[in-house]
Design a binder for this molecule. Structure first.
Ligand code: TXA
Ligand code: MG
Length: 345
């Protein structure tokens, strides 16, 4: 599903003139603006309702553009770019002098990635050919195209639901295959300290270790610490409006039955076969492997949220490294969901 070339041309023209364009990446849809243009970047924060000190990821057409955006680039960054770009890995590097503070939340670092979705690459390359925005920097800043704190969009229709007319053009590339946001790796700590994983994603710590020979540390944020801010690291993030509770597989049927008896309408998200499906009309089953599950997770949560039940019951997933990124998103969804409502059951 590729829109005609003139959609790309229109998108490039909008970016060049400081407007917003939503586009698909392999992870989730992004809300893009010229990353070198502070006024354009400000529009992103307004459209999302996001605090202005949260840094954005800058999307590049190829790793050959890295030096425009980063300085003191360590060898491991090039090795990781070679191994995983285009792809769902964001590298946090020291920012180059030309990078505006608007895009980094005023920090001395910048998040960079080359996305793998063919439409995203078409857009970024066409943008570069057309001059690449202010100062010819060729970077498109793009957070996930949702309102702040909400579920990231994995289809063009989700973007329209989230942002309405605030975005002039949405490039429709169908469903995002990865389905959860990129892995974020902080490489700003120098060569003595191991890199730090700020957000788990499709590219796992173990995969990173096979390239750089050391397992990234998992960021353990303390209040007031000076690690770079990651809005995806807030406890409550990626959240539906309906309260959400994780339940161990063995207790799922019993919990659903009990909630039903107590008069609560609940929706169910599972990955194994349930003994009695009639108990819950609003049921989505996702694949039992972490990649398949991640790919369908946000669309399923969105649908179940719209069913307007009292509670979304989610079957717990295995506690293994392969499921780390999915577990992270479910934990945050459970924490942020249905704030202000009483949790039944
Ligand atoms: O998969 C993705 O990464 C998607 C697609 C559109 O590329 N983008 C995305 O963007 O998830 P966003 O803004 O929703 O999440 C990016 C995260 C934020 O939590 C932000 O704080 C963090 O990246 N980030 C960006 N620059 C950073 C920096 N210099 N230091 C630390 N964290 C940074
Ligand atoms: Mg986001």
């Amino acid at each position: 599903m590729r829109p005609e070339l003139d959609a790309i041309d229109r998108a490039v023209a909008l970016l060049q003139s400081g407007e917003l364009v939503a586009f698909p990446t392999e992870t989730v849809y992004g809300l893009g603006a010229d990353a070198a243009n502070p006024a354009a970047v400000a529009r992103i924060f307004t459209a999302k309702g996001r605090p202005a000190d949260h840094p954005l990821i800058v999307h590049l057409p190829a790793d050959s553009y890295l030096e425009r955006w980063a300085r003191d680039i360590p060898a491991v960054a090039w090795e990781l770019a070679e191994a995983f770009w285009p792809g769902p890995l964001t590298l946090i590097l020291k920012r180059a002098a030309a990078v505006p503070g608007a895009v980094t939340g005023g920090q001395d670092s910048v998040g960079l990635r080359v996305p793998a979705h063919p439409l995203a690459l078409d857009l970024l390359r066409a943008y570069a050919r057309a001059g690449g925005g202010l100062a010819g920097m060729c970077g498109v800043a793009a957070p996930s195209a949702n309102r702040f704190g909400r579920i990231s969009p994995t289809e063009a229709a989700h973007v329209r639901d989230e942002l309405g007319d605030a975005v002039k053009l949405i490039l429709d590339g169908g469903r995002c295959p990865v389905g959860i946001e990129s892995t974020i790796l902080d490489l700003t700590r120098g060569s003595v300290m191991p890199p730090r994983l700020l957000r788990p994603g499709r590219i796992t710590r173990e995969q990173i270790a096979t390239v750089i020979g050391v397992l990234p540390e998992i960021a353990d944020r303390q209040p007031g610490d000076r690690t770079p801010r990651v809005s995806g690291s807030l406890a409550a993030h990626y959240a539906p409006s309906t309260p959400l509770r994780l339940v161990p597989p063995g207790r799922l049927a019993e919990v659903i039955a009990r909630l039903g008896q107590a008069g609560h309408r609940c929706a169910v998200l599972c990955h194994s076969q349930l003994p009695d499906q009639d108990a819950s009309p609003e049921l989505r089953r996702l694949p039992g492997d972490p990649r398949g599950y991640a790919s369908g997770l946000y669309a399923a949560l969105r649908e179940l949220d719209q069913a307007a039940t009292d509670l979304i019951v989610v079957e717990e997933i295995p506690a293994t490294p392969a499921w780390a990124a999915v577990a992270d998103r479910l934990r945050r969804a459970a924490c942020g969901a249905g704030r202000g409502t009483d949790l039944p059951g």
